[in-house]
Design a binder for this molecule. Structure first.
Ligand SMILES: *Cc1c(COP(=O)(O)O)cnc(C)c1O
Length: 365
């Protein structure tokens, strides 16, 4: 059978470059340190295990389709109205749901040059047109984004902080971006790393959502809460957006264990604080050590750091990746993000961080 006889996906689908997740393993090494997907070295709160033990989950029964318990727990933790919260199978699902709900063929979705790859994928999957906007110094440029807005623009995605660069926009810039957008364009603030940011000019977007009907903030349990395996995300938005997305989403998109785990995790502020402190302590140490080796790192406010390698043979990012992998340290290649000369490293356990530094010392020697 020739290719043309096969069922044809709708326009846009075959333009998608499938998302390649951070690698999980390396072969022939005693111990593998996965520093490729920004997961938490602390893992989930002990309250999650306790909640599983205390609850007799009936796996034969569908979960609560409204994820009421989880939305209540999120609303308590953040002081939000549960009616403005929608939970998803990871925030990735919510990004797709927003595109499916608001983008049609002919519409344009904007995202930044080195932004998270899921935006482009989901814009294409909705049949709409992806528009990449140039960054300045690996940071979103508000003027460039506003310049790229056309009559066809329906949605603007901003990861803040951004993955994989680790850079962020202060709240004044996010407000200026919102103020420059037409009222019928949705600004999606992907705040997957919000908890890690310790800057007094940063806000995740709660106030902007509360005051406006065209801003959505998405959050995840995959990073600071250490629950990537359960797939839990949530978004905060105006009731009209929640209502529209609720019509499109799968009726039981968040599973029963995820609801229990998420509710327990978000109530354990001390665990979140421990994760922030671990990151604070190691982010600076790792960056200093890498710079001492002659490498350039982009200042990061997240739980990961972008490391830039020279283009000289023997010192390139691709070679560093092979070298590290052979020792069991899995970092993330980010060529797909337009960064062929860099690797992204998640801040891991003490052992993992020191191991990478040691290995790179040998690599650069
Ligand atoms: C990790 C990450 C997410 C989270 O995705 P989940 O589907 O919730 O695991 C979202 N946005 C960005 C920018 C990320 O790096």
């Amino acid at each position: 059978m020739s290719r043309t006889d096969l069922p044809r996906p709708k326009p846009g689908v075959m333009d998608i470059a499938a998302y390649v997740p951070g690698r999980e393993t390396a072969h022939g090494v005693a111990k593998v340190y996965k520093l490729s997907s920004n997961e938490s070295p602390l893992g989930p709160s002990p309250a999650v295990t306790e909640a599983f033990a205390a609850r007799n989950v009936d796996l034969a029964t569908y979960p609560d389709g409204s994820a009421h318990e989880l939305r209540q727990a999120i609303s308590r933790a953040h002081g939000l109205n549960p009616g403005n919260i929608l939970c998803g199978n990871g925030s990735d699902e919510l990004l797709g749901l927003l595109c499916q709900t608001y983008l049609a063929p002919g519409d344009e979705g904007l995202f930044t040059q080195h932004g998270f790859l899921v935006y482009k994928i989901q814009i294409l999957a909705a049949g709409a047109t992806p528009v990449s906007v140039p960054d300045t110094d690996l940071t979103a440029n508000v003027d460039a984004i506003l310049d790229a807005v056309t009559r066809k623009t329906r949605m603007v995605f901003l990861a803040n902080p951004n993955n994989p660069t680790g850079t962020y926009l202060p709240v004044s810039e996010v407000r200026r971006l919102h103020a420059g957008l037409p009222k019928d364009v949705i600004l999606v603030l992907d705040a997957a790393y919000a908890e890690y940011v310790r800057r007094n000019d940063y806000e995740a977007g709660i106030e902007l959502v509360s005051a406006n009907s065209n801003v959505v903030m998405t959050r995840t349990f995959s990073k600071i809460h250490g629950l990537a395996g359960l797939r839990i995300g949530w978004m905060y938005a105006h009731e009209a957006i929640i209502d529209a997305c609720n019509r499109v989403r799968g009726p039981f998109n968040v599973n029963a264990l995820a609801i229990i785990a998420g509710a327990a995790a978000i109530g354990d502020r001390a665990h979140v604080e421990r994760a922030v402190e671990h990151n604070e302590a190691w982010l600076g140490r790792v960056c200093d050590a890498l710079e001492a080796l002659g490498l350039t790192v982009t200042p990061s406010v997240g739980n990961f750091v972008l490391i830039h390698f020279p283009k000289t043979a023997g010192r390139t990012a691709a070679e560093a990746d092979e070298f590290l992998t052979a020792r069991g340290y899995i970092l993330r290649r980010v060529a797909g993000y337009g960064l062929p000369d860099a690797l992204r490293m998640t801040i891991g356990s003490e052992e993992a961080n020191l191991g990478v530094i040691d290995a790179l010392k040998d690599f650069m020697a």
